[in-house]
Design a protein around this ligand. Structure first.
Ligand SMILES: Nc1ncnc2c1ncn2[C@@H]1O[C@H](COP(=O)(O)OP(=O)(O)OP(=O)(O)O)[C@@H](O)[C@H]1O
Ligand SMILES: Nc1nc2c(c(=O)[nH]1)N=C(CO)CN2
Length: 169
């Protein structure tokens, strides 16, 4: 049976990016170090055990910076695709997840008050989509409005989908 993104009411994706070091090390080391914490964060948020969700990770990609100040370092990007999030999407839960993602960014040294738009950051965690649910909130837009314009997101998303057993016939 074939499946489309729109069928996946309980799939959710998070994009990761970094292009400055954190306490965990280089951007690559940061994206590796944060993996188990991000999986645990999602389980805690969804109130579900790790064994009940399926996490599909893209490989790490080195990408040229898009936008922002000239001369910033190359980025490391990845995407985590999760299947098995229980319940229907709603704004309160989505905003609570955004808060948790931003708290995790701060743990890795992200300081939003001291950065320029699209400038270097130690960790960026963007919520890409929650099924095909649409949200227009001042703090959160879903699907992420620039998702389809960014090869540094679409390439790892494709890789994560190809690695997910869910889309295999
Ligand atoms: N889908 C989303 N995922 C993450 N943040 C979002 C989303 N939609 C809106 N936002 C808002 O965008 C604000 C800025 O986020 P952030 O600093 O990560 O942006 P950015 O990564 O520099 O740029 P971009 O928004 O183009 O990815 C956040 O504080 C958050 O409130
Ligand atoms: N290659 C790349 N470029 C970017 C990235 C990113 O993660 N990777 N993030 C940005 C702001 O979200 C702006 N530009």
């Amino acid at each position: 049976m074939s499946a489309s993104l729109a069928d996946q009411a309980c799939s959710l994706a998070v994009a990761l990016g970094a292009n400055r070091p954190s306490a965990a090390g280089s951007p690559q080391q940061t994206l590796i170090d944060v993996r188990p914490q991000l999986e645990q964060l999602l389980c805690d948020w969804a109130q579900i055990s790790l064994s009940r969700i399926s996490c599909s990770w893209s490989p790490l990609l080195e990408t040229a910076p898009v936008g922002g100040p000239p001369g910033q370092p190359m980025y490391c990007n990845a995407v985590l695709l999760i299947r098995g999030v229980p319940g229907a999407p709603d704004a309160e839960a989505a905003l609570a997840l955004l808060d948790r993602l931003q708290a995790l960014e701060a743990q890795y040294g992200r300081d939003r008050d001291r950065e320029v738009r699209w400038g270097p950051r130690s960790l960026d965690l963007d919520l890409l989509f929650w099924g095909d649910w649409r949200l227009e909130h001042p703090r959160l837009v879903l699907p992420h409005p620039r998702l389809h314009l960014r090869s540094f997101v679409m390439e790892p998303l494709l890789a994560a989908m190809q690695r997910s057993t869910h889309w295999r016939s």
